[in-house]
Design a protein around this ligand. Sequence first.
Ligand SMILES: [Zn+2]
Length: 426
Amino acid sequence: MTPRDTGSGHRRARTPDSPRPVTERLGLVLVAAVVATAMVAATVADGPAAPTDVETTRPVGAELAAAATASPRPTPTPPPRPVGDPASWVVAGPDGAALAATPGGPIDEVAAPGLTWPILEEVDGGYRVATHCARDGWVDADDVERPDVARGAGMAGAVIVVDAGHGGLDAGASGPAGVLESEVNLAVAVRLRDLLERANDIDDETGEVTPGDTVPPVAAVVMTRDPDDGKGGDQRTALTFRGRLATGAGADAFVSVHHNAGDTRTFDEPPTEVFYSVADEESGRLAGLVLEELRRSLAPLADQWRGTTLAGTIGREDPDGTDYYTVLEEARVPAVIAEAVYLSDPAAEELAATDEFQEIYAAALYRALVRFLATEATGSEVNEPIEFTPGGAEPYDYSSCSLAVPPEDGGEDGGEDDGAEDDGGE
Ligand SMILES: [Zn+2]
Protein backbone atom coordinates (compact mmCIF):
# COMPACT_ATOMS: atom_id res chain seq x y z
CA MET A 1 0.00 0.00 0.00
CA THR A 2 1.17 3.45 -0.76
CA PRO A 3 0.13 5.73 2.04
CA ARG A 4 -0.21 9.43 1.75
CA ASP A 5 -0.59 12.16 4.24
CA THR A 6 -0.87 15.85 3.84
CA GLY A 7 2.14 17.48 2.35
CA SER A 8 2.78 20.97 1.15
CA GLY A 9 5.43 22.72 -0.81
CA HIS A 10 5.95 23.24 -4.47
CA ARG A 11 8.38 21.66 -6.82
CA ARG A 12 9.14 22.18 -10.44
CA ALA A 13 7.36 20.07 -12.98
CA ARG A 14 8.98 16.95 -14.31
CA THR A 15 10.85 17.26 -17.57
CA PRO A 16 11.01 13.67 -18.83
CA ASP A 17 13.14 14.20 -21.86
CA SER A 18 15.70 16.68 -20.67
CA PRO A 19 19.23 15.27 -20.68
CA ARG A 20 21.11 14.61 -17.49
CA PRO A 21 24.00 16.98 -16.69
CA VAL A 22 27.30 16.02 -18.27
CA THR A 23 29.14 16.24 -14.97
CA GLU A 24 26.85 13.62 -13.53
CA ARG A 25 27.46 11.26 -16.40
CA LEU A 26 31.20 11.58 -16.09
CA GLY A 27 31.02 10.66 -12.46
CA LEU A 28 29.52 7.31 -13.32
CA VAL A 29 32.32 6.02 -15.44
CA LEU A 30 34.82 5.12 -12.73
CA VAL A 31 32.68 2.65 -10.94
CA ALA A 32 31.20 1.34 -14.15
CA ALA A 33 34.66 0.28 -15.19
CA VAL A 34 35.03 -1.74 -12.03
CA VAL A 35 31.57 -3.23 -12.17
CA ALA A 36 31.97 -4.22 -15.77
CA THR A 37 34.95 -6.50 -15.26
CA ALA A 38 33.15 -9.54 -14.07
CA MET A 39 30.16 -8.91 -16.20
CA VAL A 40 31.61 -8.56 -19.63
CA ALA A 41 31.93 -12.30 -20.06
CA ALA A 42 28.30 -12.97 -19.34
CA THR A 43 27.20 -9.90 -21.07
CA VAL A 44 25.45 -10.61 -24.30
CA ALA A 45 22.97 -13.20 -23.16
CA ASP A 46 19.53 -11.88 -22.50
CA GLY A 47 18.16 -12.50 -19.04
CA PRO A 48 15.72 -15.40 -18.84
CA ALA A 49 11.99 -15.10 -18.84
CA ALA A 50 11.81 -11.42 -19.62
CA PRO A 51 8.15 -10.34 -19.73
CA THR A 52 7.14 -9.54 -23.27
CA ASP A 53 5.88 -6.06 -22.54
CA VAL A 54 9.01 -4.95 -20.78
CA GLU A 55 11.05 -2.57 -22.83
CA THR A 56 14.42 -4.02 -22.20
CA THR A 57 17.22 -1.92 -23.53
CA ARG A 58 20.33 -3.98 -23.05
CA PRO A 59 21.45 -6.61 -20.55
CA VAL A 60 23.08 -5.23 -17.45
CA GLY A 61 26.51 -6.42 -18.41
CA ALA A 62 26.32 -4.78 -21.82
CA GLU A 63 25.40 -1.47 -20.25
CA LEU A 64 28.25 -1.67 -17.83
CA ALA A 65 30.66 -2.79 -20.51
CA ALA A 66 29.62 0.11 -22.73
CA ALA A 67 30.14 2.53 -19.91
CA ALA A 68 33.53 0.99 -19.24
CA THR A 69 34.54 1.38 -22.87
CA ALA A 70 34.09 5.10 -22.53
CA SER A 71 36.34 5.15 -19.51
CA PRO A 72 39.81 6.66 -19.89
CA ARG A 73 41.08 4.17 -17.31
CA PRO A 74 42.92 1.28 -18.97
CA THR A 75 42.75 -0.97 -15.93
CA PRO A 76 39.60 -1.29 -13.88
CA THR A 77 40.60 -0.55 -10.34
CA PRO A 78 38.40 0.55 -7.49
CA PRO A 79 38.25 4.32 -7.13
CA PRO A 80 39.99 5.68 -4.06
CA ARG A 81 37.62 6.14 -1.16
CA PRO A 82 37.51 9.82 -0.28
CA VAL A 83 38.31 10.89 3.25
CA GLY A 84 35.17 10.85 5.33
CA ASP A 85 33.18 13.92 6.18
CA PRO A 86 30.70 14.19 9.02
CA ALA A 87 27.34 12.82 7.99
CA SER A 88 24.35 15.12 7.69
CA TRP A 89 22.44 12.83 10.03
CA VAL A 90 22.84 11.63 13.59
CA VAL A 91 22.07 8.36 15.34
CA ALA A 92 20.75 8.20 18.91
CA GLY A 93 23.53 6.83 21.16
CA PRO A 94 23.51 3.56 23.13
CA ASP A 95 21.70 5.16 26.07
CA GLY A 96 19.16 6.85 23.84
CA ALA A 97 18.93 10.57 23.15
CA ALA A 98 16.97 13.15 25.13
CA LEU A 99 14.79 15.20 22.82
CA ALA A 100 13.80 18.73 23.71
CA ALA A 101 11.74 21.29 21.86
CA THR A 102 14.47 23.92 22.25
CA PRO A 103 18.23 23.80 22.94
CA GLY A 104 18.70 22.92 26.61
CA GLY A 105 14.95 23.04 27.20
CA PRO A 106 12.81 20.54 29.13
CA ILE A 107 13.19 16.97 27.91
CA ASP A 108 10.14 15.77 25.99
CA GLU A 109 11.22 12.13 25.98
CA VAL A 110 14.32 9.96 25.74
CA ALA A 111 14.31 8.45 22.28
CA ALA A 112 15.37 4.85 21.75
CA PRO A 113 18.99 4.03 20.83
CA GLY A 114 19.81 3.72 17.17
CA LEU A 115 17.07 5.95 15.78
CA THR A 116 18.42 8.05 12.92
CA TRP A 117 17.45 11.63 12.19
CA PRO A 118 18.51 14.21 9.60
CA ILE A 119 20.28 17.30 10.93
CA LEU A 120 18.30 20.46 10.24
CA GLU A 121 20.68 22.79 12.06
CA GLU A 122 23.73 22.67 14.32
CA VAL A 123 22.93 24.84 17.31
CA ASP A 124 24.07 25.30 20.93
CA GLY A 125 26.21 22.20 21.24
CA GLY A 126 23.68 19.96 19.62
CA TYR A 127 21.46 19.47 16.66
CA ARG A 128 17.97 20.37 15.63
CA VAL A 129 16.66 17.26 13.92
CA ALA A 130 13.52 15.98 12.20
CA THR A 131 12.04 12.97 13.96
CA HIS A 132 9.90 9.97 13.04
CA CYS A 133 6.93 11.59 14.78
CA ALA A 134 6.72 14.41 12.23
CA ARG A 135 8.15 16.86 14.75
CA ASP A 136 11.44 18.70 15.01
CA GLY A 137 13.48 18.29 18.17
CA TRP A 138 16.82 19.27 19.67
CA VAL A 139 19.42 16.77 20.91
CA ASP A 140 22.69 17.33 22.74
CA ALA A 141 25.69 16.35 20.62
CA ASP A 142 26.81 14.07 23.48
CA ASP A 143 23.65 11.99 23.15
CA VAL A 144 24.09 11.11 19.49
CA GLU A 145 26.65 9.68 17.12
CA ARG A 146 27.48 11.40 13.85
CA PRO A 147 29.22 8.97 11.51
CA ASP A 148 31.91 9.86 9.00
CA VAL A 149 30.88 9.21 5.42
CA ALA A 150 33.30 8.93 2.50
CA ARG A 151 31.15 10.33 -0.27
CA GLY A 152 32.14 10.39 -3.90
CA ALA A 153 31.11 9.27 -7.36
CA GLY A 154 29.39 6.00 -8.18
CA MET A 155 28.57 3.14 -5.86
CA ALA A 156 31.54 3.55 -3.53
CA GLY A 157 30.65 7.12 -2.67
CA ALA A 158 26.88 6.79 -2.62
CA VAL A 159 24.46 7.30 0.25
CA ILE A 160 21.28 5.26 -0.12
CA VAL A 161 18.21 5.73 2.07
CA VAL A 162 16.25 2.50 2.39
CA ASP A 163 12.69 2.93 3.61
CA ALA A 164 10.73 0.00 4.96
CA GLY A 165 7.13 1.08 4.46
CA HIS A 166 4.72 1.41 7.41
CA GLY A 167 5.64 0.35 10.98
CA GLY A 168 4.30 0.64 14.51
CA LEU A 169 0.51 0.67 14.60
CA ASP A 170 0.48 1.08 10.84
CA ALA A 171 0.97 -2.44 9.50
CA GLY A 172 0.07 -1.49 5.94
CA ALA A 173 -1.54 -4.24 3.91
CA SER A 174 -2.16 -7.70 5.34
CA GLY A 175 -2.75 -10.98 3.58
CA PRO A 176 -5.61 -13.41 4.24
CA ALA A 177 -3.26 -15.58 6.32
CA GLY A 178 -2.13 -12.61 8.39
CA VAL A 179 1.21 -11.75 6.83
CA LEU A 180 1.83 -8.07 7.60
CA GLU A 181 3.21 -5.76 4.97
CA SER A 182 5.23 -3.76 7.50
CA GLU A 183 7.15 -6.89 8.52
CA VAL A 184 7.84 -8.13 5.01
CA ASN A 185 8.87 -4.62 3.97
CA LEU A 186 11.36 -4.48 6.84
CA ALA A 187 12.80 -7.91 6.05
CA VAL A 188 13.39 -6.91 2.43
CA ALA A 189 14.85 -3.55 3.46
CA VAL A 190 17.34 -5.24 5.79
CA ARG A 191 18.45 -7.62 3.05
CA LEU A 192 18.91 -4.66 0.70
CA ARG A 193 20.94 -2.84 3.33
CA ASP A 194 23.16 -5.89 3.79
CA LEU A 195 23.77 -6.15 0.05
CA LEU A 196 24.62 -2.46 -0.24
CA GLU A 197 27.04 -2.56 2.67
CA ARG A 198 29.26 -5.30 1.26
CA ALA A 199 31.17 -5.87 -2.00
CA ASN A 200 29.43 -8.17 -4.48
CA ASP A 201 29.48 -10.01 -7.76
CA ILE A 202 26.34 -10.05 -9.88
CA ASP A 203 25.45 -13.06 -12.01
CA ASP A 204 24.27 -11.42 -15.18
CA GLU A 205 22.21 -14.43 -16.22
CA THR A 206 20.41 -15.25 -13.02
CA GLY A 207 20.61 -11.88 -11.33
CA GLU A 208 21.97 -13.52 -8.21
CA VAL A 209 24.08 -11.26 -6.01
CA THR A 210 26.88 -12.95 -4.09
CA PRO A 211 29.80 -11.66 -2.01
CA GLY A 212 32.60 -10.72 -4.39
CA ASP A 213 34.79 -7.85 -5.45
CA THR A 214 33.32 -6.27 -8.58
CA VAL A 215 30.77 -3.93 -7.05
CA PRO A 216 32.02 -1.99 -4.02
CA PRO A 217 29.93 -1.28 -0.95
CA VAL A 218 28.25 2.10 -0.85
CA ALA A 219 29.50 4.86 1.43
CA ALA A 220 26.46 4.61 3.72
CA VAL A 221 23.02 3.09 3.99
CA VAL A 222 20.50 5.00 6.08
CA MET A 223 17.41 3.14 7.25
CA THR A 224 14.15 4.85 8.13
CA ARG A 225 13.33 1.78 10.25
CA ASP A 226 16.02 -0.56 11.51
CA PRO A 227 15.48 -3.79 13.47
CA ASP A 228 18.73 -3.10 15.31
CA ASP A 229 17.44 0.10 16.88
CA GLY A 230 15.80 0.35 20.29
CA LYS A 231 12.34 0.13 18.75
CA GLY A 232 13.16 -3.04 16.86
CA GLY A 233 12.44 -1.24 13.60
CA ASP A 234 8.76 -1.16 14.50
CA GLN A 235 8.60 2.58 14.94
CA ARG A 236 5.64 4.58 13.75
CA THR A 237 7.31 6.65 11.06
CA ALA A 238 5.82 9.74 9.48
CA LEU A 239 5.77 9.92 5.72
CA THR A 240 7.19 13.41 5.90
CA PHE A 241 10.08 12.11 8.04
CA ARG A 242 10.99 9.38 5.58
CA GLY A 243 11.30 11.91 2.78
CA ARG A 244 13.06 14.48 4.93
CA LEU A 245 15.62 11.88 5.97
CA ALA A 246 16.40 11.22 2.31
CA THR A 247 16.69 14.93 1.60
CA GLY A 248 18.69 15.65 4.75
CA ALA A 249 21.08 12.79 4.07
CA GLY A 250 21.58 14.09 0.52
CA ALA A 251 20.82 10.58 -0.66
CA ASP A 252 21.87 9.48 -4.12
CA ALA A 253 18.69 7.42 -4.14
CA PHE A 254 15.66 6.78 -1.93
CA VAL A 255 13.95 3.41 -2.22
CA SER A 256 10.73 2.72 -0.34
CA VAL A 257 9.81 -0.96 -0.01
CA HIS A 258 6.11 -1.85 -0.12
CA HIS A 259 3.60 -4.52 -1.04
CA ASN A 260 0.13 -3.81 -2.30
CA ALA A 261 -3.39 -5.09 -1.63
CA GLY A 262 -6.71 -4.62 -3.34
CA ASP A 263 -9.14 -5.85 -5.94
CA THR A 264 -7.12 -7.85 -8.38
CA ARG A 265 -7.49 -10.05 -11.40
CA THR A 266 -5.23 -12.65 -12.92
CA PHE A 267 -2.22 -11.76 -15.04
CA ASP A 268 0.52 -13.80 -16.61
CA GLU A 269 3.18 -11.41 -15.41
CA PRO A 270 4.27 -9.99 -12.06
CA PRO A 271 1.90 -7.18 -11.04
CA THR A 272 4.75 -4.97 -9.85
CA GLU A 273 4.15 -1.24 -9.59
CA VAL A 274 6.89 1.34 -9.12
CA PHE A 275 5.89 4.88 -8.22
CA TYR A 276 8.36 7.65 -8.95
CA SER A 277 8.73 11.27 -7.94
CA VAL A 278 7.41 13.51 -10.70
CA ALA A 279 9.92 16.20 -9.70
CA ASP A 280 12.86 14.92 -11.72
CA GLU A 281 13.57 12.52 -14.53
CA GLU A 282 16.18 10.66 -12.51
CA SER A 283 13.38 9.33 -10.30
CA GLY A 284 11.70 8.04 -13.45
CA ARG A 285 14.91 6.42 -14.64
CA LEU A 286 15.35 4.73 -11.27
CA ALA A 287 11.74 3.51 -11.41
CA GLY A 288 12.29 2.03 -14.87
CA LEU A 289 15.33 0.14 -13.61
CA VAL A 290 13.60 -1.09 -10.45
CA LEU A 291 10.61 -2.28 -12.47
CA GLU A 292 12.75 -4.05 -15.04
CA GLU A 293 14.82 -5.85 -12.43
CA LEU A 294 11.83 -6.81 -10.27
CA ARG A 295 9.85 -8.18 -13.20
CA ARG A 296 12.84 -10.10 -14.41
CA SER A 297 13.42 -11.69 -11.01
CA LEU A 298 9.82 -12.34 -10.04
CA ALA A 299 8.65 -13.74 -13.39
CA PRO A 300 10.13 -17.23 -12.87
CA LEU A 301 8.49 -17.59 -9.46
CA ALA A 302 4.93 -18.12 -10.72
CA ASP A 303 2.94 -18.66 -13.91
CA GLN A 304 0.04 -16.51 -12.80
CA TRP A 305 -0.23 -13.44 -10.64
CA ARG A 306 -2.97 -11.33 -9.14
CA GLY A 307 -2.67 -7.62 -9.81
CA THR A 308 -4.25 -4.62 -11.46
CA THR A 309 -3.84 -2.71 -14.67
CA LEU A 310 -1.73 -0.22 -12.71
CA ALA A 311 1.29 -2.50 -13.15
CA GLY A 312 4.24 -0.52 -14.44
CA THR A 313 5.89 2.77 -13.62
CA ILE A 314 3.52 5.35 -12.17
CA GLY A 315 3.91 9.05 -11.53
CA ARG A 316 1.01 10.65 -9.68
CA GLU A 317 0.77 14.37 -9.21
CA ASP A 318 -1.54 16.82 -7.53
CA PRO A 319 -3.37 19.36 -9.69
CA ASP A 320 -0.51 21.80 -9.07
CA GLY A 321 1.99 19.38 -10.58
CA THR A 322 3.69 18.38 -7.34
CA ASP A 323 4.01 14.80 -6.17
CA TYR A 324 0.82 13.23 -4.88
CA TYR A 325 2.70 10.94 -2.50
CA THR A 326 4.17 12.64 0.52
CA VAL A 327 7.34 10.56 0.78
CA LEU A 328 8.16 11.28 -2.83
CA GLU A 329 7.41 14.97 -2.50
CA GLU A 330 9.54 15.34 0.62
CA ALA A 331 12.44 13.33 -0.80
CA ARG A 332 14.18 15.90 -2.96
CA VAL A 333 16.38 13.19 -4.39
CA PRO A 334 15.82 10.39 -6.93
CA ALA A 335 12.98 8.56 -5.20
CA VAL A 336 10.77 5.55 -5.86
CA ILE A 337 8.21 3.38 -4.09
CA ALA A 338 8.27 -0.30 -5.09
CA GLU A 339 5.13 -2.44 -4.72
CA ALA A 340 6.36 -5.87 -5.72
CA VAL A 341 3.26 -8.07 -5.36
CA TYR A 342 -0.25 -8.05 -3.91
CA LEU A 343 -0.38 -9.53 -0.42
CA SER A 344 -4.16 -9.83 -0.78
CA ASP A 345 -3.48 -12.72 -3.15
CA PRO A 346 -3.01 -15.88 -1.01
CA ALA A 347 -0.35 -17.30 -3.32
CA ALA A 348 1.63 -14.05 -3.33
CA GLU A 349 1.22 -13.72 0.41
CA GLU A 350 2.72 -17.16 0.96
CA LEU A 351 5.53 -16.34 -1.44
CA ALA A 352 6.28 -12.97 0.13
CA ALA A 353 6.86 -14.55 3.52
CA THR A 354 9.67 -16.76 2.20
CA ASP A 355 13.38 -16.08 2.47
CA GLU A 356 13.72 -16.80 -1.24
CA PHE A 357 11.27 -14.09 -2.27
CA GLN A 358 12.68 -11.52 0.12
CA GLU A 359 16.21 -12.17 -1.11
CA ILE A 360 15.09 -11.95 -4.74
CA TYR A 361 13.23 -8.69 -4.06
CA ALA A 362 16.27 -7.18 -2.32
CA ALA A 363 18.66 -8.35 -5.04
CA ALA A 364 16.46 -6.83 -7.74
CA LEU A 365 16.46 -3.48 -5.94
CA TYR A 366 20.20 -3.78 -5.49
CA ARG A 367 20.85 -4.44 -9.19
CA ALA A 368 18.62 -1.51 -10.10
CA LEU A 369 20.64 0.75 -7.80
CA VAL A 370 23.94 -0.49 -9.27
CA ARG A 371 22.69 0.23 -12.78
CA PHE A 372 21.32 3.58 -11.67
CA LEU A 373 24.57 4.68 -10.09
CA ALA A 374 27.07 3.12 -12.48
CA THR A 375 25.39 3.40 -15.89
CA GLU A 376 22.98 5.55 -17.85
CA ALA A 377 20.57 2.68 -18.34
CA THR A 378 16.89 3.52 -18.52
CA GLY A 379 15.18 0.18 -17.90
CA SER A 380 11.47 -0.28 -18.48
CA GLU A 381 9.25 2.37 -20.01
CA VAL A 382 8.51 5.33 -17.77
CA ASN A 383 4.86 6.32 -18.08
CA GLU A 384 4.01 10.00 -18.12
CA PRO A 385 2.79 11.46 -14.83
CA ILE A 386 -0.95 11.59 -14.35
CA GLU A 387 -3.02 13.88 -12.18
CA PHE A 388 -4.43 11.94 -9.26
CA THR A 389 -7.22 13.30 -7.09
CA PRO A 390 -9.00 10.44 -5.33
CA GLY A 391 -10.09 12.66 -2.45
CA GLY A 392 -11.23 11.51 0.95
CA ALA A 393 -7.74 11.03 2.35
CA GLU A 394 -7.45 11.78 6.03
CA PRO A 395 -4.09 13.09 7.22
CA TYR A 396 -2.26 10.94 9.71
CA ASP A 397 -2.12 12.24 13.26
CA TYR A 398 1.22 11.87 14.99
CA SER A 399 0.33 13.84 18.12
CA SER A 400 0.69 10.79 20.37
CA CYS A 401 3.60 9.21 18.49
CA SER A 402 6.41 8.19 20.86
CA LEU A 403 10.10 7.54 20.22
CA ALA A 404 10.84 6.11 23.67
CA VAL A 405 11.75 2.48 24.27
CA PRO A 406 8.46 0.73 25.01
CA PRO A 407 7.97 -0.47 28.61
CA GLU A 408 8.85 -4.12 29.17
CA ASP A 409 5.59 -5.03 30.86
CA GLY A 410 3.64 -5.60 27.72
CA GLY A 411 2.93 -2.04 26.74
CA GLU A 412 4.38 -2.32 23.31
CA ASP A 413 3.85 0.78 21.26
CA GLY A 414 2.97 2.46 24.52
CA GLY A 415 1.54 5.86 23.94
CA GLU A 416 0.94 5.50 20.25
CA ASP A 417 -2.73 5.84 19.74
CA ASP A 418 -3.17 7.74 16.58
CA GLY A 419 -5.66 5.33 15.11
CA ALA A 420 -4.45 6.20 11.65
CA GLU A 421 -5.10 2.87 10.05
CA ASP A 422 -6.65 4.35 6.99
CA ASP A 423 -4.63 4.45 3.87
CA GLY A 424 -4.94 7.73 2.13
CA GLY A 425 -3.47 6.79 -1.15
CA GLU A 426 -4.78 3.52 -2.37
ZN1 LIG B 1 2.54 -0.09 1.76
